[in-house]
Design a protein around this ligand. Structure first.
Ligand code: ATP
Ligand code: MG
Length: 561
């Protein structure tokens, strides 16, 4: 799909001038960034911001970006997540430099550095239980206490660490800790854990290890090994920066990366936490990680969002250090704009009502040519016009409200791209429901206005015989409250499950699509005229049983109905 210019404004990114200055001053001759997901779930829209930022800066300044899995917690990680994350990054339009990297590639080097710290008297094996360690740690208002194991000799520590690695001790029996400062006002510096004992199988290293490094001990050193120049993470790691720097100072690392923090993306009507998204999947509130209502990248993809729309959204929200909640309608604006520019038009009748055009000859069929796009040169689609067609049941009303411009008894309306018809008679079943409409057409009105009268309304339609039966899924926001994470008192809680919108999915069967939609491809967006933007469902749609997802409505009418 070709993309025309977007009108999205690119907002400020405070990291751009920093990178620029580092390149100008010669501090770095080129930049290396990384995107470091933990493979414990699918990526969500918040990750898209980080991906666009890290890959975007590298691209803009002629540098490179690594994809590195932060895989230090084997209990929660899975190959399925690794594969999905790679797909999502590529789909967003980015390519990492070289092979995919794993923090676990560096486990041996990290272990050697742990030994080095022990030898320098900067790390020790601590036998406090996790509960005791918590007690010794103190609080934000109270300093911690030194562990009774803090003054072990270097040789005893080396012996214990070797035996930890060899698997002599059970999970949680001991830990390796850095010897920094139990009284530091920064809790992260209160002798943080470097290694935990976990007899767990790892998706990359198998059963090679039974001790695993902590995030803090892994992250900065992995950055150093990869000679990352700008290590960009979200603000909750700001307090970890002194520790990040402490390790880099103590260890004989090959480079000294710098950490920068930015505000995470929070989107209203949305949860962006892998834990919560996983809960939605595990508890069957949605059909899976790629359910089109999910805020995952794979969910947006299946819903019909384009990579460009998500990248534009990330450009539009910018990068800064001040948090805040972004309005979901900004994201919807971006996809609407993209599809308005690029999506082929088509007609699909969601609630079919048969119309017989009584003065149109029974055997006759006329192939009409309708433009794929009203403004751009995208060619035409062919649409047969015949005696029997379908219109939407909502487009005929015997008691029309004021201002109704569609079909009324005895009234006229234009069929999009076709003739003007007049409603002559409604045929009813035994219960009085309208089952068919008899109309007549004006043969002089193809491509021109009727003589001597004005016809205001235009409705969509499809030919009865040549149209294709399909299922249409209308999606709405998954949550009915703007802050699904908050309960009624505004407190953060797990009540997000109570805020699920019970009407977030409406399934319509027996819809009728124009025949050109038989050629629809997965990943292709359409504007169903007067109905919204749609795409083929990548999972459930099959030849002979087409399923279309509504990506977004034509206009932002949320909450205004
Ligand atoms: P979650 O809380 O959803 O599990 P996480 O931060 O633990 O997210 P990671 O896999 O560790 O997930 O994240 C990889 C990268 O994406 C990190 O650099 C992280 O800071 C960034 N990231 C995660 N969530 C957001 C967000 N909402 N906005 C911007 N960046 C994010
Ligand atoms: Mg994380």
């Amino acid at each position: 799909m070709s993309t025309s210019e977007s009108s999205v404004n690119v907002a400020a990114n405070f990291l751009r001038p920093i990178v620029e200055a580092d390149l100008q001053s010669g501090k770095h001759s080129s930049i290396v960034t990384r995107f470091p997901p933990e493979p414990n779930g699918y990526l969500h829209i918040g990750h898209a911001k980080s991906i666009c930022l890290n890959f975007g800066l590298a691209k803009e300044f002629g540098g490179v970006c690594h994809l590195r899995f932060d895989d230090t917690n084997p209990a929660k990680e899975e190959q399925e997540y690794i594969d999905a994350i790679k797909d999502d990054v590529r789909w967003l339009g980015f390519q990492w430099d070289g092979e995919v990297r794993y923090a676990s590639d560096y486990f041996e080097q990290l272990y050697q550095w742990a030994v080095y710290l022990v030898e320098q008297g900067k790390a020790y094996v601590c036998d406090l239980s996790p509960e005791q360690a918590r007690e010794y740690r103190g609080s934000l208002t109270e300093p911690g206490k030194n562990s009774p194991f803090r003054e072990r000799s270097v040789s005893e520590n080396l012996d214990l660490l070797t035996r930890m690695r060899a698997g002599e001790f059970p999970d949680g029996a001991r830990a390796l800790r850095a010897k920094i400062d139990m009284a530091s006002p920064n809790m992260n510096l209160r002798d943080p854990i470097l290694y935990r004992i976990r007899h767990a199988h790892h998706h990359q290293t198998g059963d090679q290890w039974c001790i695993y490094p902590s995030y803090d001990f892994t992250h900065g050193q992995s950055d150093a090994i990869e000679k990352i120049t700008h290590s960009i993470c979200t603000l909750e790691f700001e307090d970890h920066r002194p520790l990040y720097e402490w390790f880099l100072e103590q260890l004989p690392v090959p480079a000294k990366p710098r950490q920068y923090e930015f505000a995470r993306l929070n989107l209203n009507y949305t949860v962006t936490s892998k834990r919560k998204l996983k809960q939605l999947v595990d508890d069957n509130h949605v059909s899976g990680w790629d359910d089109p209502r999910m805020s995952t990248i794979s969910g947006f993809r299946r819903r019909g969002y384009t990579p460009a729309s998500i990248r534009n959204f990330c450009d539009m929200i910018g990068v800064n250090r001040a948090g805040g909640i972004v309005d979901l309608s900004m994201l919807e604006f971006c996809i609407r704009e993209d599809l308005d520019n690029n999506a082929s038009r088509a007609m699909c009748v969601l609630k079919p009502l048969k119309v017989v055009i009584t003065n149109y000859p029974e055997e006759q069929e006329q192939i009409l040519q309708l433009p794929r796009h009203p403004k751009r040169e995208m060619g035409v689609r062919e649409l047969p016009f015949a005696r029997e067609i379908y219109i939407d049941a909502n487009d005929y009303d015997e008691n029309p409200p004021k201002g109704y411009k569609r079909l009324v008894p005895g009234g006229e309306v234009r069929l999009r791209g076709s003739y003007v018809i007049r409603a002559d008679q409604a045929i009813r079943d035994a219960e009085g429901h309208i089952v068919e409409l008899h109309c007549s057409y004006d043969p002089e009105t193809l491509g021109k206005n009727p003589e001597g009268r004005k016809v205001k309304g235009v409705i969509h339609w499809v030919p009865a015989a040549q149209s294709v039966e399909c299922e249409v899924r209308l999606y709405d926001r998954l949550f009915k409250t703007a802050n699904p994470d908050k309960d009624e008192d505004g407190e953060t809680s797990d009540s997000f499950l109570d805020n699920i919108n019970p009407e977030s999915l409406q399934v319509l069967k027996g819809c009728r699509a124009e025949p050109s939609l038989l050629q629809a491809q997965v990943g292709e967006g359409f504007q169903f005229e007067r109905e919204g933007y749609f795409c083929l469902d990548s999972v459930d749609s099959k030849p002979g049983a087409l399923v279309f997802n509504r990506t977004v409505t034509l206009r932002d009418s949320w909450g205004k109905a």
